[in-house]
Every structure is written in C-alpha cells, then in structure tokens.
Design a protein around this ligand. Structure first.
Ligand code: G6P
Length: 483
C-alpha cells in the first residue's frame, strides 16, 4: 500500500531552513517582495526539476499571515512556499538567544561568547516542534525531507516518530566542534541535539574533520558504534559524511562579460587606476576575523611602506544579526580600527581602508571581485566560506590572488590559494605582498587549477550528491526491512 501510494503521485522534496527564499515587507504605500536566488535555492530547484519532483520550502516567515495571504500569488516561483509563523518572543529566544548566541558561538569555537538560558533552550525545542508539525502535515510517503543547519537539530527525530519511513537528510552549514567544546553544553541539551539529528538517514558536513568530530560525540555520548560512518539504529540507519557546499560556477564565471558588470568594473578601475586593490566582503560576524584582517593590513603597510598610497583596501561588510550584543560590539570595534588606521596612515590624498556597511547587489559584487588584485579572506573559523569560491570563479580573466585563512572549510579544496593563519599578521603581510607582486603566469596557473576544480564541484553537484545519497541509504534500509 505504502509503495503503491507513493508511486501514484509526484513526490516532493521538502526543504527546511530558517530563512525562506522569499521576504515580504510592508512599506509606506506598497509591499516589497524580495526573492533570493541564492545558491541553495537554485540548486535544490534544479535537482527537483531533473528528478521530476515537486519542491516545497518550509521556513520561518519574516512577514505576518495576513501579508502572506494577500501576496502569496504575487511571487514568481517554480516551487511552493509554506511559511511557519512564530510568535515574536518565541522567535527571539529561538533564533537570537539559543541558535545564534549559543549554538553559533560554540560551534565556531567561541565558548566564552555563549549566553545560555533556560528560556532559550525551551524556545528552541518549541520552535522545532512547530516546524516539525508543519513538515509532518505536508509530508506524504516517498517525499524527501532536507533539513538545513543548526536552527533545526531537533527536527529529524520528531518527524521520524510520526513517519518512521521518512527519507530525511540533515546538513550542517557551520562547523561541528570537537567533543571538548561540545561538552560545554548542558547534558540534556547535548542529548537533545544529538538524538535529534540522528533521526536522519544522512547527516552531512562541509569537511571530514567536522564529520569525525560529530561521530566521536555520538560514540562518547550515545555509545552507538559505527562502521565506516554508518550507524545502525532500531528504526533506521544513519550515515555521516562530508559534502562541501559550493557555488553556481557558471553564474559567477560568465558574469564577467555582463555589460553592467563591465561598466561598473571600469568605474572602479578608473577610480583606483594608480593603485592595487585588496578586497573583502563578509556578513558582520566575529567569526570572520575582520579586526584581525585590518590589523594585519596595518602590519602590511608598516612592513612594506612602499605600498603606502599605492594600495587600497575595499572592505564591504553586510549588516547581520545587529540585535545581538556581540554583533553590535564587533561593529564598533571594526569601525574604530578602520578610523584608527585611516587616521594614522592616511592623508588628504589617500584613504587606506574604504569601508562600506551595506549589502552589494550581484553586479557590483562581481565588478569588485574582478577589479581586485587580491581577495583577503581571513575568518578565524568558518564552515566553508563561499566568498573564496565566488572570487575564484568570477576571475574569467585569470587575474588576481586569493589570500585565504586555513580556518575556512574552503581552504581544504582551494589548494592553490595563498593560505594564512588569521592570527599571524606578519604572515598575512608577507602573503599579501606575494599576492600583489605575483607574475601573471602564476596568477593564471593558480586560478585555472582552482576553477577546474570548482567547475566540476559546483552547488548542483553538491545538492544532487547529498539527496541521492539520502535516497540510497534509505532505500537500502527499506530493502533490508522487506527481506
Ligand atoms: C550562515 C548560516 C545560515 C544563515 C546565514 C545568514 O551562513 O549557516 O543558516 O542563514 O549565515 O545568517 P542569518 O542569521 O541572517 O540567517
């Protein structure tokens, strides 16, 4: 019956993430609908089309129900959106307090930044229940549920309890720490998170290091043995693996010739025609090592004074999580550091750091990437860091140098980058100097190597590898049960 029912209709992928790929905002006299064509959405959509499945996206609404009802037919989409509404206070405790001030900081190895509260954890559990109810209500046999990120570590277990046969994949977009860091969490919290994700058939991380940390935590806490990262449980088996996320390579690569990009790039190049450009772009976050980066740039200007007035650092920071104290504090620190460097080293002819605290649209981003002589990416801890991949992909001209922190997952794959330790300012200065003086042949050789890799390992492959493997593990289980 189960098989028959599943066969007779078009199955779907239910993607769950905190952010929906759609935002609706009331403005003075109109309504603004923003659709995000992010890599994840594009990749899942493409997979669903190829595999002839429908796609439904479940996430937390940043709009109210009335606004949704009035506008739900006004967006242009090839998939369904099923918003979940969380009461304001619950959402604050779930998202700001527990997800971002506990899990985010701990998983990025900032245990001293944790602000654990009982209410935060209760809200996290409640939000996971509410979202699970939504998924459970739309789930039909044969569907695949793909859960994203640290906001929803409790979800898989709740769904599995209701639908024991469900195909569930969980992907963590941030690092997973080692046991000594993870154990900082109260025991009941750790158990909730681990038992929660173990409800999945497949659990994916960006790197093998993260997968190994997770596996060790499971062995130590739950005592489950595994064979080649495959855990056998009573109801299902769970596989743990590494699936480094990527980008839509062609989109970034081909944007080079887009007329608007060419125009914007010419403007930038003209503005800084007698200077080399160092560029970076990040969301505001203490994990991104932005103050380190600025201090390292100062060390660079002091170690190689010949670069003064001959280089400019274009620093773009995209506003993020501003209501959280640690983010507001970080912003102040960054701005003070910029002011200090510009005040100390700059003059009426030259501003060493040109800073923008705003998001940039796609064309401007590509224009900046493709004007930059070096991209300086120095997170102190980062799950992947897609900026590094985007910079490499966008350099169709095979010019530029990538200076990249070894603390970013991307450093494992982008082997021809100039790697740095984000705390070692002298090393960063040295690599910056190397990157800015690198021969055109060497720039091209390094970029070509990394582009070849990224072209093959793009976000479409990432999504299909992950979803195919979720199906595979699940199907083997179902076969085993039938036998
Ligand atoms: C990281 C997380 C995502 C998150 C994004 C933006 O990439 O892995 O889950 O959506 O940051 O952060 P925000 O808090 O604005 O969703």
């Amino acid at each position: 019956f189960y098989y028959h029912q599943a066969k007779s209709r078009k199955m779907k992928i239910i993607t769950v993430s905190y952010r929906l790929p759609l935002s609706i905002k009331r403005q003075k006299d109109n309504v603004k609908i923003t659709q995000s064509a992010g890599g994840l959405a594009t990749a899942v959509l493409s997979y669903s089309e190829k595999s002839q499945k429908n796609l439904t996206w479940v996430g937390v609404a940043d709009f109210d129900q009335q606004l949704w009802e009035e506008n739900k037919n006004n967006y242009d989409s090839n998939f369904d959106i099923d918003p979940v509404y969380l009461e304001r206070r619950l959402n604050r405790n779930f998202y700001n307090v527990f997800s971002n001030s506990v899990l985010w900081s701990l998983f990025h190895y900032f245990p001293s930044f944790i602000e654990y509260t009982h209410d935060g954890f209760e809200a996290y559990k409640a939000a996971n229940e509410i979202v699970a109810d939504k998924v459970n209500s739309i789930y039909e046999p044969g569907d695949i549920v793909w859960i994203h990120d640290y906001h929803f570590m409790g979800l898989a277990k709740i769904i599995r309890e209701k639908h024991p046969q469900a195909k569930i994949g969980f992907f963590l977009h941030i690092p997973f720490p080692n046991f000594e860091i993870f154990r900082v969490l109260p025991n009941k919290v750790r158990r909730y998170l681990m038992e929660g994700v173990m409800g999945s058939n497949l659990i994916g991380f960006h790197t093998w290091e993260n997968a190994i940390h997770f596996t060790e935590c499971i062995e130590k806490m739950l005592g489950f043995p595994h064979k080649n990262f495959l855990f056998s449980q009573d109801t299902h088996r769970t596989k743990v693996g590494s699936f480094p996320i990527s980008i839509d390579f062609d989109k970034f690569h081909n944007a080079y010739d887009n007329p608007n990009v060419v125009k914007l790039r010419n403007e930038i190049k003209d503005l800084y025609k007698d200077k080399k450009i160092i560029f970076s772009v990040d969301r505001l976050d203490y994990t991104k090592g932005i103050t380190n980066r600025l201090n390292a740039y100062e060390t660079f200007l002091n170690t190689y004074p010949e670069w003064r007035e001959k280089v400019v650092f274009l620093l773009v920071i995209v506003p993020s999580r501003e209501e959280i104290t640690k983010y507001g504090e970080r912003k102040k620190m960054i701005e003070l550091t910029i002011a200090r460097i510009n005040g100390k080293l700059g003059n009426y002819k030259w501003t060493p750091v040109v800073y923008q605290y705003q998001s940039v649209d796609f064309d401007r981003l590509i224009a900046l990437y493709t004007s930059a002589d070096a991209a300086l990416i120095s997170p102190v801890r980062d799950g992947m860091n897609l900026v590094a991949k985007e910079y490499v992909a966008s350099r169709k001209d095979l010019r530029g140098a990538l200076v990249l922190s070894v603390m970013a997952g991307a450093a494992k794959e982008l082997q021809e980058s100039l790697t740095i330790n984000p705390h070692d300012f002298e090393q960063i200065a040295l690599k910056l100097n190397y990157g800015l003086t690198m021969s055109e042949e060497e720039q091209a050789r390094r970029l070509e190597h990394m582009q070849r890799y990224l072209k093959k390992h793009d976000v479409f492959r990432w999504a299909s590898d992950f979803l195919n493997e979720t199906e595979e593990i699940h199907n083997k289980d179902t076969k085993a049960v039938a036998l």
